[in-house]
Structure formats: C-alpha cells, structure tokens
Design a protein around this ligand. Structure first.
Ligand code: URA
Length: 434
C-alpha cells in the first residue's frame, strides 16, 4: 500500500477502505508517513469528506493508535464532557469542580488551542506548577482521591490525534465533521469514561457555523459513542458571541474562579448548569435535570465547588496561591480600552473575529511551535443586547507587546456591531441530541 495512492483516491472523492485508513493512521503515528503527505490527505478529506463508515473506522484507528485507560478501578459512573471548541470557552475549569463537588468522578483528557479557539491545557498552564502530563496511574489515582483530574493526551493515549490535531491547527483542516467527530470521540473512548456529554458549539466562533451542520456533527458523535457502549448526549450551544466576558488563558482562569465563587457571567453559568445537570443525571447522582441544577447551585453557594478547584490544583502539583490570589497569574503590561463611537445596542460580537484578535495579541499559536502569551487576551465589557452610550468602554485589550494592539483594536471594533435593538433576544441552548 502507498500513501500516494490513498491521497489520490480521496482527492478523487472515493471511499477509503478500513485497511487504508489504518495504514495512514499507523504510518503517521509511527513517523513513517511525513507531515506533508498527512496534510495532503487531511485536505483531501476536508474537501471530499468521509462517510459514516469511514468516520467510524478513523475513530477506531485513532483509539487503537495508543493505549486505552481502564477506569474500572474507580468506583461509580465516570463522566466526561467535551466541547467542540469556542471562544472564551473555559467551561471545563468551572464545570469540573462543580460536578466533582457533587460527588461525581470527572475524568477529563483535554487539548490545546485549535485555530481561533482556546484549549483547556493552555489555560491551566497559567497556574504555576500545575502538571497535565500525567501517567495513567496518576490519572486514576487523582480521580479516585479528588474525583477530578484534567490531563493532556499522554504520549500513549490517542497519539495519532495528538499529531493530527497539531497538524490540522496549522493547515486549515479543522472544521470538517469527520475530522472533528473522530478527534473528539477517539479521546473520549480511549480515556474510559462511561458517560459523555458533548457541547457542540454553533455560530461565528464555532467550527460549525450553522445549526444544520452542528446537529449533523452532534448526531455523528452521539452515534459513535453509543455504538461503543458509552452513554452519550450532545447539547448544541451558541458560539455566535464569545462565552462570558474573558478571552485569553490567564483571563479565562480568573473568570472560571469567579464563577466558582458565585460571580460568574450569566451565559457561562447557564451553560455550566445545563451541561452539569446532564452529567449528574447520566452519572445517577441526580434523578432529574431540576435536581441536578439545584445541586450545582448549592455547591457554588456553599463554597464546595471552589474548594474542589483548590484540591484539584494541589493534586496536580499547582500552586493554590495562584487561585486564592489571582493577581499572581500572568498579567499583561498594557491594558488598552476600546471605546464606543456611538450610542445604541450591541447587535453582534463576531466570536471568530474576537478569537482571532486574542490570537493576534499572543493568546494562541500561529505555528505548531509558537509559544503563547498566557497574559494576552480581551475582556469584553458589553455583551450582545446590552445598551451602550458613546464613550463607553466596550472591551479591554490585554497585551505585552503594545505594537500589536493598534491593528487588533481596529479588528475588534469591526467585530463588535452597534445599532438598533435586536428584534429577537439571543439564545444560548439550541437543542439536545441523545
Ligand atoms: N476538539 C477536539 O478535540 N478535536 C477537534 O477536532 C475539535 C475540537
């Protein structure tokens, strides 16, 4: 078998066999197939698509590229959640401690930023000392002890996805249903949880821009999960405007901490309650969605969710002083105000553009090797439907390199539209697929 022929076959829109998909994944993982051939095949898949059978085979090949975690040593139902990626999406940082504080083991394998979207591992790096490269044994032991562990894909779990994810990030091959579904579901299957809640984002800042494709992606992933015996549910949630107010690694950690202290932004809190209640239901800790929501509100109000965050940070080697005193987290040397030029209402905030602005300030990667600036990012001061007066600050740009700010301020101004009141109030949750 030759990689050239596989690329040509997909380029011509033909269906790949199971053997061909396995040949590609094994060869790429083991370093026999170079990045340039893998990139060419990814682009061919992107343009010509894969059918359901090919997507399932791709998912299995990625799962089989490494080891799988057996979580049976952990008592009870283990739950996991995964977002398809968004701007300002710091959900895992708040949701993990919330559900774990309700007694549900939350075992999560997270990723780095992808395209214009952020990644949980990059955010966690803002906390000094916190380790996410854990062995399988450490992962299991921390979930057992703390009920919450967030780790990176260790070298031996879905190594193919680790390589493909980084390559897709820099070859404009992210937003394809089969590539996203296999990437997300391979990690979820390999990391061993019994129940999975997927947060499928839709809108300008998501990889799925319209509701129809978001529902197709959700169905594809739910079917893959259920076909291998994992209870899988997908929530379709809005990513037309960024989630919450903070975009950028350190800034998002602060917003998640504030949320656990009861001071979270309305949309972000609502999303955490929606996803969390589903997790508690699947994990049999709550007998209804309403009961699950109540439990989550309770652990925020009584401080148990915040204490769980401290416990988790300590268990993974992080310095809890960075949580107790967020002034210690990486801070930008310049904070620049973006002021409104008119009166009116915020009509829209293009999440993808805001993500790109944060990236341009240093919050994301331009190439596989780029370092990110943990302090860089944007704090919105207004959300869609808010009233603004001329002269009001609509956003703050946080940066260490002031020379980048001028262009970004222009981009950001274009991303935030001010005008008449929107006739229809915005929506956060569009539906559920189970
Ligand atoms: N999240 C993933 O893990 N993979 C993708 O491809 C997109 C979002």
């Amino acid at each position: 078998m030759r990689m050239y022929d596989i690329i040509q076959k997909k380029r011509d829109g033909k269906e790949l066999t199971t053997e061909e998909i396995n040949f590609f994944i094994n060869g790429y993982t083991e370093g026999r197939i170079p990045d340039y051939q893998a990139s060419a095949l990814l682009m061919a898949i992107y343009l010509k698509k894969m059918n359901k059978r090919e997507t399932v085979d791709l998912t299995s090949a990625v799962v089989n590229s490494g080891e799988t975690v057996d979580l049976s040593l952990i008592k009870g139902i283990k739950v996991d959640k995964h977002s398809t990626g968004g701007v300002g999406d710091k959900t895992t940082l708040a949701l993990g401690p919330m559900v774990a504080a309700c007694g549900l083991p939350f075992a999560k394998m997270s990723g780095r930023g992808l395209g214009h979207t952020g990644g949980t591992l990059d955010k966690l790096e803002a906390i000094k000392g916190l380790r996410t490269e854990l062995s399988k044994e450490e992962f299991i032991s921390i979930v057992n002890r703390v009920k919450l562990c967030i780790c990176s894909q260790t070298a031996n779990i879905t190594p193919a996805d680790k390589k493909l994810y980084a390559l897709r990030d820099v070859t404009a091959t992210v937003d394809n249903i089969s590539l996203i579904a296999s990437s997300v579901m391979s990690k979820k299957i390999a990391s061993g949880s019994n129940s999975i809640v997927l947060d499928v984002k839709v809108g300008s800042g998501a990889f799925m821009k319209d509701l129809e494709s978001a529902f197709v992606l959700a169905k594809e992933m739910v079917d893959i999960g259920n076909s291998v015996g994992r209870d899988t549910v997908a929530i379709i949630s809005d990513m037309d405007e960024p989630l919450g107010y903070a975009i950028g690694n350190s800034l998002e950690v602060i917003e998640a901490i504030e949320t656990l202290k009861g001071n979270g932004p309305e949309d972000f809190v609502e999303l955490c309650l929606t996803l969390g209640a589903r997790l508690l239901l699947l994990g049999k800790k709550a007998s209804s969605i309403e009961e699950g929501r109540k439990m989550l509100v309770e652990v925020i109000n009584n401080g148990e969710a915040y204490n769980k965050l401290l416990e988790f940070v300590e268990a993974q080697g992080g310095d809890t002083d960075y949580i107790k005193n967020t002034e210690l987290l990486p801070k930008a040397s310049h904070i620049i105000e973006l002021v409104s030029h008119n009166d009116g209402y915020i009509k829209s905030i293009d999440a993808e553009e805001v993500g790109k602005c944060a990236l341009a300030l240093g919050a994301g990667r331009e190439t596989k090797e780029s370092d990110i600036d943990l302090a860089a990012g944007i704090i919105l001061n207004k959300k869609v439907d808010d009233r603004v007066e001329k002269g009001d600050v609509v956003a703050y740009l946080h940066c260490n390199d002031k020379s980048k700010a001028e262009n970004v301020a222009i981009m950001l101004r274009n991303a935030i539209k001010i005008g008449d009141k929107n006739p229809i109030h915005k929506k956060l949750i569009y539906g559920i697929v189970d």
